[in-house]
Design a protein around this ligand. Sequence first.
Ligand code: NAD
Length: 491
Amino acid sequence: MSLQIDEAVLKGVVADVLRKLQAQASGSPVAESKKEDCGCSCDGACSRGELGVFQNATDAAAAAKEAQKKLRKLGIEGRDKVVKIVKATCAEKAVEWGELEFAETKIGRLEHKIAKLQGIPNLPGVEWLAPRGMSGDHGITMEENTPFGVIGAITPVTHSIPTLSCNIVSMVAAGNTVVFNAHPGGAKCAVAAVREYNKRFKAELGIENIATIIEKPTLDSFNELCASPDVNLLCVTGGPGVVNAAMKSGKRAICAGPGNPPVVVDDSADLDKAATDIIFGAAFDNNLLCIGEKQIFVVDKVYDQFIGALKKAGAFQLNAEQLDRLTKVAFTFKGDGGGCSHPVVNRDLVGADATKLAQIAGTSAPAGTLMLFAETNEDHLFVIEEQMMPMVPVIRARDIDHAIEMAVKSEHGYKHSGMIHTLNVVNMGKMARALDTTLFVKNGACVAGLGTGGEGYSSFSIATTTGEGITTPDTFTRRRRCVLVDSLQMY
Ligand code: NAD
């Protein structure tokens, strides 16, 4: 008689036993194995999750590994079906899921949460994967894109379902399956999306767990994911803390890290268009976008005119006293224990409406105001910190070189994004070289860099820190060279 044991089940049982032993040793109560969470017919005896939702990283990764084996058998056609399901579901559920995410995270703007989901159908899919062929006297060589296996993905609170959906499209198009450790502040909506996707994957392809998620993500579950032998690659979308943690994990990590994008306006620019574009980009989702315009450097010659253009386009100006009041609430200082302290952005104000920020500043902006601005110097906290609020500082520069110099300093070498408004091609080139960012937009809003108002495709994971750029299915493949020597030549 042969005994067939499902690898995922076995790993789940082992993980469960280990957890219980650890809990007994530490004297803490054992989290009961999830009888009520388990969707299969085991009556709680196994550690399987239901529709991709798991209680720990080990089980989630093991299940994704099993799913990847099954996905491989369905070939590129199977991956394409997954991509189409995700795109169609985002289009269908954009409003419902936008509302769900907005209700949970309470940051940004509902209409933009919806718009982000409506953009998912435009992402590249399996068609993006182009093998490279070579043929010559010594035979035929093909360089193929092959999957990594299981990817551990960390998603931000700023775009929870959009990043998760975008990651599934790119990663599964490339033949991988994925385990998510979402931001705790946006985990409930992410879990709901994973459940819905798995329901549809199961119905159409007969495979569950193509995307899995840890229901209650913690730093421990992140560490467990990093340590799991079933996870072949990490993809991190977030701030400096998680990027550093992933890079130290010992696993290869694709890191879509923080930004603090500057925008420069010179004396040749169309000032009205520059003002309108900047408000559009910086106010999008209340400046939660990592590519969003965060500080504006304007050359002296047109500075006053530009301030006028911002007001004309609907931005509301804070005076020095009001800015001071807001700054005191927007940032706190955290000690490092060694007598130094560094500023920390107040998360309660991240992604808040401009009118709420104005109230905190002690004034009142007209209803519907999308963006506040204030005149500051280059060292102001609103300039140097990635503050993710629709309050954008404006800094006077002596000339273009001074503007670019301050812009570079404010970007902190993240190599993320930058914008310039100019009709002078020399200035465009100067800033592009000095800033050296992954995304550089000329004469448009930041979102033009992701295909809204500019050419090109979008992604919610822009691998700035590790240099892969705007992620596509290609990003999540390994290159394999297949060589056939001499025989089968056609000439
Ligand atoms: P965050 O860094 O607070 O959280 C991101 C993710 O990392 C979350 O899942 C969180 O739980 C986890 N995390 C945070 N610190 C961790 C640590 N020390 N160890 C393990 N996990 C940790 O960021 P956020 O507020 O959710 O998102 C905003 C940040 O993400 C900004 O810095 C923004 O620029 C960046 N971002 C970058 C991109 C990009 O494509 N480059 C896209 C979106 C957001």
